[in-house]
Write a protein of this length. Sequence first.
Length: 144
Amino acid sequence: MGSRPTAVDLSNAIKLLKKKSADTAASSLTPDQTLSCADIRLSYIEGAEKILEDDLTTNLAIGRYGAEYLRRQQMPVLNQVDDADSLRYFTTSPPGTQGAPDRTYRKLSVLTHCNTGFVAALYLLSHYKLTVTAHSQPPAMAQP
């Protein structure tokens, strides 16, 4: 299993954009430097937008997979919940079971850590997206 730290992402992005700019400059067919610079600038922007799109897609996938994992950890509580502990639980109907009786689940706590903070993310940090996605979806039904 590997990781995808922000520093690696930034380093890869710099290398990719440098190569894209150099390739565009080398293949420029116009002798006009102004047009050549505009081509390089456009190529650079297109490359940066592709990196943004890929990063967002990756972070959303991490959020989906992580949320699914967390939902599988939530099994219905079969015993009566004591009123003193009621804040530690929530009740909802299982997903895809219209009309089924509500089930009670224990709330999950997720602790995350990122050295770079929210500034490093283009849209959402992958661990933050995981918790947002998990929170927005109901728990998985218990498997027999």
